[in-house]
Design a protein around this ligand. Structure first.
Ligand code: ZN
Ligand code: ZN
Ligand code: FE
Length: 750
């Protein structure tokens, strides 16, 4: 007989880990105990060497699907002769980072339960077990036990209690365990706040959906606005009421066969969309009967499968495709409380399908895409967040991120916590949401940052926020943060060439950057190349009006002959005042942004509107390219002030020439994309040659453009470079907080 004391670290709480340990301990006839602590799971076992070996083998290789073991420490101890094996009460320790599990979609076993008329959970919308259901969104503190969640107010009935206490039951210590007689209940409310009296609120809601009504549905992390996606009129009403004219709306489809009916989907995409994380996956749409107003001018549809029992029950009512868009009217963060939902969503929703299981931490749907056969997260939220990353870093740092698609990061004891997607911090509501989630996480981890990292953009909220904190401040350049976030995720910490293509980031020379070639390590960077500067008339506001950037690029290309070459689509614009601003440098900072170059070319090739969502003009341009064309435009690379500058003037002139001879926009878009790939690769060759660095890191929101991303990646590989890309960390500004925290850590090493 021997005794082993085992510590297991990782995602091991709230995922059925203790019952699993209990089971394998009993199978191997071991005595002792298992316990949850805020440091991880402790196991103390006695038995024969063979049995203990078989136990630890199972521990490593057969752990529950949702768990993620990061470390197992095994120590020898003196025998104490334990009698049986038991699960001991949790205790809380200081100075630790326990990983909180994310919320998970309903598992197959629970789905079977709700479909079986003989099961006591038949049609019960809050069915869950240790393998599925809410976690992060209902946890109030650690360790994760029922009283520390919003399920505390429901007293388990005898049947549920029995399951909860029985180590061999699938619901053993499933903290949100509930059933129709003791758990949360669903209600249907009209938009005057009155309860609809009916036998089955879900069936009733489905009836209204089929009549073209808009229903606010409470999900795991907040409310969705939902309507029948096949009803064009209903979709339009939802758009009008939500003041969302064109931004694509997310869909929820009944099952994977329905997804295949409307979208082209490969094996990897199927694996991702059916996973228990249940993200929104961007898929290539088929030509179908689905109304165009779901995602106007877009080749992709954002699709997810049902992830709660309640969703499945809705689809049981002969519904095939639902709009399921986050309930966040006009830029405010996702709504998650019943009362506020009814108050705020009253002008949008006709009915509310609500329930009394409270959401403690709101969390949006995640958005992912499969590119080059890898899953790439574009918005990390439900099912994916929080994300934890290991790093050597002794200080407690808060990185407050950027402005758009914001997240924050906190570091403690060599571990970085990255928050879920919070949103664009441009109003008080989103800022308050940021503050609330931040203080919740600080409390959970008992953490007081001593350093704050923030973006150097003087107009961003974070500048002012950092100024108010009485701790060490480390300003971080936006694109340095982008590249470092991708370096960390790929575990590289030597020098790299970073290509960062994105919308807007404040540069260290006071200009707006976004088409940058940076030599980077964690500590510092050197800007070695960029797209040529043009004026950005009106500053950051120009991002809303692509035509203004078009004027600026055309002026740069033709100087005073600008009017002579103005393409027809731009002629009736109010060009004079914009040109005046550009020429006289009135509120027109220099800008080298790839996002703005896309805007300009999109406006030259027919995008006429004002931007209604980020990236709109660029997405239109991308969707026009049908990539069978190999030609490209000419460009120049100049060496000025120790930097290589991509001069785009010839590109613009040749595009305008193409337009004048009647070349199709598809062809132009195609050629433009090819050109960007070419100059990116040529720049890498020049810079690599000069600095002897052959690792290339790609980051920045423009890499969400699939054509450009794939093209640059593959061409760089062909040339023999090592190329690193984002997977779990978004390439857009949601990744900034991770970059900031690592850069800050590298700059305060003591
Ligand atoms: Zn389950
Ligand atoms: Zn019960
Ligand atoms: Fe950015």
């Amino acid at each position: 007989m021997v005794r082993r004391y085992i510590t297991v670290k990782g995602i091991v709480q709230g995922v059925g880990f203790r019952p699993f340990v209990y089971k394998i301990a009993r199978e191997n006839n071991l005595k002792g105990w298992v316990k949850n602590t805020s440091k991880g799971v402790y196991i103390d076992v006695e038995g024969t060497i063979e049995k203990i070996n078989s136990f630890t083998y199972n521990l490593k290789h057969k752990s529950p699907i949702v768990s993620k073991i990061e470390e197992i420490i095994i120590e020898n101890r003196q025998l104490v002769n334990y009698k049986g094996f038991k699960i001991e009460k949790s205790d809380r320790e200081k100075d630790t980072v326990t990983l909180i599990p994310p919320d998970m979609g309903i598992c197959k076993d629970c789905l079977r339960d709700i479909a079986n008329p003989k099961n006591r959970r038949y049609r019960y919308p809050f069915t869950n077990c240790t393998n599925c259901g809410p976690r992060f969104s209902i946890i109030q503190k650690l360790p994760y036990d029922r009283p520390a969640t919003t399920m505390d107010k429901f007293q388990m009935c005898d049947n549920c209690c029995y399951e909860y206490m029985n180590p061999l039951n699938r619901r053993f210590h499933a903290q949100p365990n509930a059933c129709p007689s003791c758990g949360p209940k669903v209600e249907l409310i009209d938009n005057c706040g009155y309860k609809i009296i009916c036998i089955d609120p879900i069936k009733e809601a489905a009836k209204f959906i089929k009549k073209g009504k808009i229903i606010a549905v409470k999900g795991l992390g907040g409310f969705h606005l939902s309507c029948d996606a096949k009803n064009k009129k209903a979709v339009q009403i939802l758009r009008n009421r939500k003041h969302r004219p064109k931004k694509p709306l997310a869909l929820m489809m009944k099952d994977i066969d329905t997804v295949k009916k409307y979208c082209n989907i490969n094996a990897k995409e199927e694996e991702v969309i059916t996973s228990n994380k249940r993200p929104i996956v961007l898929l290539n749409r088929k030509i179908s009967q689905l109304p165009e107003n779901i995602a106007p001018n877009n080749n992709k549809l954002g699709v997810m499968l049902p992830f709660t029992p309640l969703h499945y029950l809705l689809f049981d009512e002969n519904i095939e495709v639902l709009i399921m868009t986050s309930a966040n009217p006009s830029g405010i963060p996702i709504i998650y409380r019943n009362k506020e939902a009814i108050e705020i969503l009253k002008p949008i929703a006709d009915y509310f399908l609500i329930h009394n299981r409270d959401i403690y931490t709101p969390i949006d749907d995640s958005v992912v895409v499969v590119t080059l056969n890898k899953e790439r997260v574009l918005r990390s939220a439900r099912g994916y967040s929080p994300v934890y990353i290991d790093i050597k870093n002794k200080r407690n740092i808060l990185a407050c991120g950027s402005q758009l698609k914001n997240t924050f990061a906190l570091s403690k004891n060599n571990k970085i916590f990255i928050s879920q997607y919070i949103g664009n911090i441009e109003n008080l509501e989103t800022y308050n949401r940021f503050e609330n989630i931040l203080s919740h996480i600080k409390k959970i981890y008992n953490l007081t940052p001593s350093v704050i990292a923030y973006d150097i953009h003087p107009n961003y909220w974070s500048m002012e926020y950092a100024a108010r904190q009485d701790i060490e401040k480390i300003p971080v350049q936006h694109h340095h943060a982008h590249i470092v976030s991708c370096m960390v995720e790929n575990d590289i910490d030597d020098n790299v060439i970073g290509i960062t293509y994105d919308g807007i980031g404040y540069g260290t020379d006071g200009s707006i950057w976004g088409g940058e070639f940076l030599l980077c390590d964690y500590k510092d960077f050197k800007r070695v190349g960029h797209i040529n500067y043009v004026r950005m008339p009106g500053g950051d506001a120009a991002t809303k009006e692509p035509w203004k950037m078009a004027i600026s690029y055309i002026y740069n290309a033709y100087g005073n002959e600008v009017y002579k070459y103005m393409p027809r689509v731009l002629k009736d614009r109010n060009i004079g005042p914009v040109l005046y601003m550009i020429k006289n440098n009135i509120n027109s900072p220099q800008c080298s942004s790839m996002g703005r170059l896309f805007d300009a070319v999109s406006a030259i090739t027919g995008y006429t509107g004002r931007i209604t969502f980020e990236g709109e003009a660029a997405i239109l341009l991308e969707s026009m390219a049908d990539m069978n064309e190999n030609s490209r435009y000419n460009y120049d690379i100049e060496f000025k002030n120790e930097k290589y500058i991509i001069n785009t003037n010839r590109i613009i002139r040749e595009i305008i020439k193409d337009i004048n001879i009647g070349t199709g926009y598809n062809f132009i878009s195609n050629k433009f994309h090819n050109t960007l790939m070419d100059f990116s690769v040529e720049m890498c060759n020049i810079i690599a040659e000069k600095y002897k660095i052959y690792k290339i890191v790609l980051s920045g929101g423009v890499f969400q453009n699939e054509i450009l991303f794939k093209g640059i990646y593959e061409k760089l590989l062909d040339q023999g470079f090592e190329v690193y890309t984002h997977k779990i960390i978004p390439c857009n500004d949601s990744g900034i907080s991770l970059g900031q925290i690592v850069i800050a850590g590298a700059n305060c090493e003591n």
